[in-house]
Design a protein around this ligand. Structure first.
Ligand code: SF4
Length: 303
């Protein structure tokens, strides 16, 4: 693997210098860059025709980039609802979500950018910009195509606002990313440039592979991501237990003041007889909240 120095303390792979890696490129695009970018997009489209044609299975040559998404729910008529970010896109069969890198195929939702970075550099950690996290160290920085937001000021729009087939990418599975980071003497792997939320599965597996080599993870993100759905039930139950505890504390204290009983007698009279009933109420409320959540989501996002 050969790296080319493109500016002070920044390298890119010689074979795939991306527009975002070219020094001096800001939000403006030159005619030459436009022709190059659109030419590469057309070439990629012809290389991956079946992705836009909607075959039942992904073609063999791109199957290595495809993984079933981790956070979505199935809906009737082969629709799905993506649960990865707060957009919660409802997606028909053969369609993609807002970010353009996740596709519904026959009711199964797939990420199309697993192990598919479109750019990677060795950057100083201060460029992330982190000034108090291993200062002076290098971060192995990767990104894939796609983003779940559309900021007008995005300096990396050439990779964030395109679909995977519109940009040149390479196959780099998580273990290889971790290996290259280790080889480049990087203290961390940075998920950056575009929005790491949209390549969550790739990021998660790469972070785990990096941890095995004692390499840290740095996520540069807008934070537009959903809580894990299976954690929400736990949060609901915890919140209700805390609220019930506060009610018991106030109620038992007030009962003791009114009656002048000892603490143990007050608890016997005003707390213990109600514990089982309240536990059952918490369980019932949590189950009702779980059942109602999809209905509330559908009201917010009827598409
Ligand atoms: S991650 Fe993409 S597909 Fe999923 S909800 Fe967000 S924008 Fe939609």
């Amino acid at each position: 693997m050969k790296f080319v120095k493109i500016r002070e303390n920044s390298w890119t792979h010689s074979k795939f210098p991306t527009a975002a890696a070219i020094p001096g490129r800001g939000a403006m695009i030159t005619r030459r860059a436009f022709l190059k970018t659109t030419g590469a997009g057309c070439a990629a489209l012809s290389f991956f025709p079946a992705m836009s044609m909607g075959d039942d299975d992904f073609p063999e040559d791109i199957q290595k980039y495809v993984r079933e998404a981790r956070y979505y729910e199935k809906l009737p008529a082969k629709k799905i609802r993506c649960l990865l970010c707060p957009r919660e896109c409802v997606i028909d069969d053969r369609e993609r979500g807002y970010c353009g890198v996740r596709e519904n195929r026959g009711g199964i939702y797939y990420t199309l950018v697993y192990a598919r970075p479109c750019t990677y550099h060795v950057d100083p950690i201060e460029k992330k910009p982190l000034f108090h996290f291993y200062p002076g160290s290098q971060a192995f920085s990767i990104a894939t195509a796609g983003c779940n937001v559309n900021c007008k000021f995005c300096q990396n729009w050439e990779i964030s606002q395109v679909r995977p087939e519109q940009i040149r990418s390479i196959y780099m599975p998580p273990a290889e990313v971790a290996g290259l980071a280790h080889q480049s003497e990087c203290v961390s792997i940075a998920y950056t440039y575009s929005e790491p939320t949209v390549f969550f599965e790739f990021m998660e597996d790469t972070a785990l592979a990096g941890r095995e080599k004692n390499i840290k993870s740095v996520v540069i993100t807008a934070g537009y991501i959903s809580e894990k759905t299976d954690q929400r039930l736990g949060y609901d139950i915890l919140a209700m237990i805390c609220a019930t505890g506060v009610l018991y504390a106030c109620g038992v204290t007030w009962l003791k003041i009114l009656t002048g009983m000892t603490w143990s007698k007050t608890r016997m009279a005003g707390m213990y007889p109600f514990l089982i009933g309240d536990a059952l109420k918490i369980a019932a409320a949590a189950l009702i909240a779980k059942a109602l959540r999809p209905i509330l989501r559908a009201t917010r996002n009827p598409k």
